[in-house]
Write a protein that binds this ligand. Structure first.
Ligand code: CA
Length: 294
């Protein structure tokens, strides 16, 4: 005769096998820990699909879970609709604007990432990016109809984090959005090492700000990460591959030339403050380093 408890979906009876202690009850601390891990995994868009009951159970401990807001600035209604639909399906909260002016007017609403078309009716997407960069490190992806290398490099130099050439599939754009958010939102290790003394460079990890000769540099998130990496070990030469692996969370998506473009832009911004000084050294055939003294 078979008792119902013996055919419990084939699972071993934990009590009999001693796999779980009988008095095992999760403590509020352990629940909080699991909720935090789940919250982080969801915000990073890791490929997990928690069942609804799990989300309900942990939701009291999940304080930061909200849909990430994506600003889309695109004047072609059909492209705008397609992008918005695709992002919404992926769990984002898309907000569409058809002009740069409209986007700037709504900028204070707070966004997690912006997708900017380069060819807009009032200002170019590049101009709009420059305007945004005056006050914000918001991750930016450009949409451009022109595939020339020049446009790509210019886009990165003025502070874009990625770009897509039209025509593109909205699903691919959603994947890029997730990748950029992941690499920009990765929890940063807290650095207790002070900025090297004797250098006119202060790095503020909390404000994500770099002060260079008493002036705050207006950097993209990628440039900030590059400069911070250099500043940890002045004099140390980093190869392009090392820089991609340390600064880009998905290095396979970047190209070595992308590193050069970001370094070029970083140099230009530092040069704008102090034209006679170039604190970044190029080691031909090797890579880049921050000079130990300048
Ligand atoms: Ca357009």
């Amino acid at each position: 005769m078979v008792h119902s408890q013996d055919v419990h979906r084939g699972a071993p009876n934990c009590k009999d096998h001693g796999a779980v202690p009988e008095n095992h009850t999760p403590t509020p601390d352990s629940l909080r820990l699991v909720a935090k891990a789940l919250e982080w995994a969801l915000s990073m868009h890791l490929p997990i699909r928690p069942v609804p009951s799990m989300l309900i159970a942990f939701s009291p401990f999940m304080t930061n879970l909200r849909k990430q807001r994506i600003l889309i600035v695109e004047d072609e209604p059909s492209i705008l609709d397609n992008i918005a639909y695709s992002l919404e399906t992926e769990g984002f909260d898309p907000v569409g604007c058809t002009t740069g002016g409209d986007a700037l007017g709504r900028f204070d609403e707070g966004f997690d990432l912006a997708v900017l078309d380069v060819g807009l009716p009032d200002v170019s997407g590049f101009e709009l990016c420059k305007e945004i960069r005056k006050t914000s490190l918001l991750p930016i992806i450009f949409l451009t109809a022109r595939a020339s290398e020049l446009d790509r490099i210019v886009g990165l130099e003025i502070g874009g984090d990625d770009y897509m050439v039209k025509p593109f599939s909205p699903r691919e754009l959603s994947a890029r959005v997730k990748a950029v958010l992941r690499r920009c939102g990765e929890p940063e290790p807290i650095i207790h090492e002070p900025t090297p003394s004797g250098l006119p460079l202060q790095i503020d990890d909390e404000r994500i700000q770099v002060t260079y000769y008493s002036e705050i540099l207006s950097l993209s998130s990628t440039e900030f990460r590059l400069l911070r990496l250099f500043a940890r070990h002045p004099g140390r030469v980093y190869t392009r591959t090392q820089l991609m692996n340390s600064v880009w969370k998905e290095p396979e998506a970047a190209m070595e030339r992308t590193v050069d473009a970001h370094i070029k832009s970083l140099r230009a911004k530092m040069k704008a403050v102090k034209p006679e000084i170039d604190p970044i050294e190029t080691h031909r055939g090797m890579g880049y380093a921050l000079k130990e003294r300048w």
